[in-house]
Design a protein around this ligand. Structure first.
Ligand code: AHM
Ligand code: MG
Length: 282
């Protein structure tokens, strides 16, 4: 996995540089989810593809910005699924954004997920690498990523981050959000899942949810390169996850590379609370 981490470090340095100076206007193209691609989405995708083309361990790439799986070589085992620039529509307002990577062996399924890595481009350049447990690294003055600490969630947090338009929320979701605020939770939601989940991990707990809504019953966030990598990290940090109906996100079945799922990531307390409220007869 060290070779993959090295490739992602090179990627992070290049994308961070682009973010500082490049044009962040729109292209004339849409990706498979229907979003208009920003020049920075396309540029970040190209940086990642070029870097993994040099890595002999990578067989194929699945990207938010590519309609199909891209095979690089047949004699390797790893498939890297990635969101090149999560939260890219927030670059114009200068918020922190990120890149997310799921490293799968042989095929795309939760049990074949061997590592999850994300980079966050904020005031500092940071990277979380998770195989057995998530570890935080930060770029130092010498231009190297140095280890900062292990990330561990407490049983219960204080933050509540929930996405999608409220007019499309279900009754159980409204109740859950209300219940957490009534317990004293604070609202935190930037609109970039990397930043919002990073905040919950670093502050020790809380709930991030992107629920099913009336207009998007399968939610918005994509399973292979957004939901599963973060589910892997949260569960290995001592937290829990759910799709809102069947339990852990790490039990999802993958049918299409761009499929989405409702998703909940948190400490154990908030996920239990979610099951309690979603399970009630309404
Ligand atoms: P993106 O990958 O096109 O940037 O979209 C994903 C983002 C997530 O980072 C974030 O949690 C969500 O979309 C925000 O959506 P909404 O504004 O509907 O809450
Ligand atoms: Mg994204």
């Amino acid at each position: 996995m060290q070779e993959i981490v090295k490739s992602i470090q090179n990627i992070a340095l290049q994308i961070a540089e682009e973010l500082k100076y490049a044009d962040f206007g729109y292209t004339d193209h849409h990706n498979s989810t229907g979003d208009t691609q920003l020049k920075l989405d396309v540029k970040s995708d190209a940086i990642i593809e070029a870097e993994f083309r040099k890595n002999p361990l990578v067989r194929a790439l699945i990207s938010e910005e590519k309609d199909e799986i891209l095979t690089l070589r047949e004699d390797a085992r790893l498939i890297v699924a990635y969101d090149p620039l999560d939260g890219s529509s927030l670059v114009d307002v200068n918020f922190a954004v990120g890149s997310i990577f799921g490293i799968y062996e042989d095929e795309i399924s939760p049990t074949n997920l061997k590592a999850a890595i994300y980079c966050i481009y904020g005031p500092r350049l940071e990277m979380v690498v998770c195989e057995d447990a998530p570890k935080l690294y930060r770029l130092n003055r010498e231009g190297k990523f140095s280890f900062v600490k292990d990330l561990r969630l407490q049983q219960k947090g204080k933050l509540n981050a929930t996405g999608a338009t409220q007019k499309g929320w279900s009754e159980p979701h409204r109740k859950l959000v209300r219940a957490l605020f009534d317990e004293g939770y604070r609202l935190r939601y930037s609109g970039a899942m990397v930043s919002d989940l990073h905040q919950i991990l670093l502050k020790g707990g809380g709930l991030f949810s992107y629920p099913a809504t009336s207009d998007h019953p399968q939610g918005k966030l994509r399973v292979t390169f957004e939901v599963l990598p973060f589910a892997f990290i949260f569960e290995r940090a001592g937290g829990a996850t759910s799709d809102g109906a069947n339990g852990s996100l790490l039990q999802l079945k993958i049918e299409k590379i761009h499929q989405s799922s409702p998703c909940f990531f948190g400490s154990k307390y908030e996920i239990a609370k979610m099951h309690e409220i979603y399970g009630e007869k309404n």
